[in-house]
Design a binder for this molecule. Structure first.
Ligand code: PGA
Length: 250
């Protein structure tokens, strides 16, 4: 079973469009349910309406507050996310790291999600690749920090998404290759084995994300060894997203 996560980011613009997209996405989920577990991370403002109208869609939020204090204007806490019916939440996405998230705040967010019994989708990835392999230590630090206080039984709640920053979004410099994906997935698995043990490390799904399309998706899960994919832009285009889902339903 592969895990496919859609990250709608800050789109679409209207509740009506969100509902249309959610309905198209649930049709994709139904069609591929033998092979795929589909999770859709929608903007906070749509979580409740999408959940009430499309009950079978598995939902996630895209970020969470580090605090549960009510005196936090503009923030959304883990219990509030839980109350919408969402079961997953992205944490440590490079776009929220760029806006100020540090390894320390990501760790706090992870703790809040676990307290609320939500499943963290922990995003990690280097800004650039260097020929000395320093990018490996960036990813290692991100994981060791985020999982620092996470006990063995809680690890099974986690999804880790490797998203090299240089391959994400419309400003991507290039696509990652399946070989680069394999290398990092093996490296992440080894970090988990060292922090926990082999049996525990095995249950964590490690995904690839960054300019995934219907064209390159299959290579990341077959040659690249990813347990699934985290998809941004293409998840907003139902026809392309349906094709993508179909191609990894193998
Ligand atoms: P992209 O975004 O698929 O549009 O590159 C992926 C992500 O940022 O999660």
């Amino acid at each position: 079973m592969k895990l496919l996560i859609a990250n709608w980011k800050m789109a679409p613009e209207t509740p009506k469009q969100a509902l249309v997209l959610a309905k198209a996405t649930v049709a994709i989920a139904k069609k591929t349910k033998k092979h795929l577990h589909l999770v859709v991370c929608v903007p906070f403002v749509y979580l409740t309406s999408v959940h009430t109208s499309v009950r079978t869609l598995v939902l996630g939020a895209q970020d969470v507050a580090t605090t549960t204090s009510v005196a936090s204007t503009g923030k959304i806490s883990a219990p509030l996310i839980k109350g919408t019916g969402a079961t997953y939440c992205i944490v440590g996405h490079s776009e929220t790291r760029a806006l100020g998230d540090t390894n320390e705040t990501v760790k706090e967010k992870v703790e809040r999600l676990l307290e609320a019994k939500l499943n963290p989708i922990l995003c990690v990835g280097e800004k650039e690749r260097d020929s000395h392999g320093w990018y490996l230590s960036t990813v290692k630090d991100q994981i060791e920090s985020a999982l620092g206080g996470v006990a063995k039984p809680q690890l099974k709640r986690f999804v880790i998404a490797y998203e090299p920053v240089w391959a994400i979004g419309s400003t991507a410099t290039r696509e990652a290759t399946p070989a680069e994906c394999t290398e990092m997935i093996m490296f992440i698995r080894k970090i988990l084995v060292d922090m926990y043990d082999e049996k525990t490390a095995r249950v964590v799904s490690i995904l690839y994300g960054g300019s995934v399309s219907e064209e390159n998706a299959e290579a990341f899960v077959t040659d690249g060894g990813a347990n699934g994919l985290l998809v941004g832009r293409v998840s907003l285009q139902s026809k392309r997203f349906a094709k993508l889902a179909e191609r990894i339903s193998i």
